[in-house]
Design a protein around this ligand. Structure first.
Ligand code: NI
Length: 208
């Protein structure tokens, strides 16, 4: 499982650094965006993020405009994830704690790529385990597919041998979007909480 996710993440990195990203990243103009500590850049002419229509854990509709004016830390995953998602969500929570009041402009968002199991109720329970600030978003299969496509998120259902429940392979990046809703950077899987906090702090104070 972990291995598969690593392959998926590595796949994205490989795509980016090899310039094959054009296959995946096809439109818009993002310029040279540095991936934190990856040494890779998203190819020019690429957009990440855009219109989404999802539902929060209280049933309210959330679009790309909902959090305009605030910084967004977005992570895609699923509540049944045995390893990576809990680690990354914990990192986000600890980083926000480290920032203290300086982190107030940031809204952490968890978008499920497993809407079949991650209902509003299931997500509400799950996000509470990590952080009261964490916003859980789900939607129809189509809405999730559209959001994932917009953020270039890879995900696929997989059923390990002898397993009773399915798992989801998925790419794992933490996306930082600015108050204007544009992508500012991606943080790789495994980024440390202090490193994340430091980067957020300098980006927020620089406004970029
Ligand atoms: Ni996961």
């Amino acid at each position: 499982m972990l291995k598969t996710i690593r392959y998926a993440a590595f796949g994205l990195i490989a795509l980016l650094s090899a310039g094959w990203g054009v296959v995946w990243f096809t439109d818009g103009d993002l310029g040279k965006l540095r991936l934190e500590n990856l040494g890779a850049a998203i190819p020019g002419g690429v957009t990440v993020g855009g219109p989404v229509a999802l539902t929060d854990t209280k049933g309210a509709t959330v679009t790309e405009a909902t959090f305009r004016g605030r910084w967004m830390l977005v992570y895609f995953g699923y509540t049944y994830c045995p390893d990576v998602c809990p680690t990354e969500l914990q990192t986000i929570s600890v980083a926000l704690d480290k920032l203290g009041p300086a982190g107030k402009p940031i809204v952490p968002i968890f978008i499920t790529i497993d809407p079949e199991r991650d209902t509003q109720a299931a997500l509400a329970e799950y996000v509470k385990l990590f952080d009261d600030r964490l916003v859980g978003l789900t939607g129809t299969k189509e809405q999730i597919a559209a959001a994932a496509k917009s953020y270039r998120v890879y995900y696929a259902k997989t059923t390990p041998k002898d397993a009773s429940a399915y798992l989801m392979d998925h790419s794992s990046f933490i996306y930082l979007l600015g108050p204007d809703g544009t992508l500012r950077t991606l943080f790789r899987q495994g980024v440390g909480a202090q490193e994340l906090a430091d980067s957020l702090k300098s980006r927020l104070s620089a406004g970029s």
